[in-house]
Design a protein around this ligand. Sequence first.
Ligand SMILES: Nc1ncnc2c1ncn2[C@@H]1O[C@H](COP(=O)(O)OP(=O)(O)O)[C@@H](O)[C@H]1O
Ligand SMILES: [Mg+2]
Length: 225
Amino acid sequence: MLIELSQVSKIYNQGRANEVRALTGIDLTVEQGSMVCLKGPSGSGKSTLLAIIGCIFPPTSGKAAIAERQLARLPDRFLTLHRRETIGFIFQRFNILPELTVLENITLPLLPLGVAPKERRQRAHELLERFGISHRALFPAGQISGGELQRVAIARALINNQPIILADEPTAHLDTTLSREFMAIMLQLKAAGKTIVIASHDPLVFEHPAIDRTVTIQDGRIHVP
Ligand SMILES: Nc1ncnc2c1ncn2[C@@H]1O[C@H](COP(=O)(O)OP(=O)(O)O)[C@@H](O)[C@H]1O
Ligand SMILES: [Mg+2]
């Protein structure tokens, strides 16, 4: 199992006045090559769950094994390394740096990995071609269209050939056409063997035929209807 969570809980600011119990007793497994949607109202814990799956921090309690590694057993430095090798993140509003070129944005995740410049450019050009945005490689990212920006964000999440793709409310700022296009690309990635987890309360996402399973989160717990 690529993602295996057992009785996972997350408490922010534990023991302090501002303590928040964000997740409680989450059991979730996701097998390789499947696409899961985390659905639930704002504040229910979706982003926190993605952060744990995304190896940003380990759970406060419970077990989280991502690509066969138990997060709680990894020192911070190794957690970061494991994240870079395993996880491609697509953020809401895409977190693209507008003053850098498209090419620079896409290769950014490779910098801390010490990948040589030539290899970086080659991988980026393959992805740019695949997503039909080669002609934008040297444009500042702030000057391209919304649809192109979305493809840049996806390309960046694929640059290190990570097996797991996570997307947090990816369609929140997209129109219907771009949202459909986003899901069509996710379907292609799934067909290519990627494992995908998307947090979203957009019906265009959770009702999409490419989604194998929708998990509803409510008050930090998995809601069983
Ligand atoms: N860094 C943080 N520090 C403290 N509380 C947080 C932090 N991030 C999220 N929370 C709280 O945890 C709960 C779950 O938040 P989140 O995972 O962002 O939910 P969602 O993505 O479903 O909107 C909310 O009550 C939120 O305020
Ligand atoms: Mg969120």
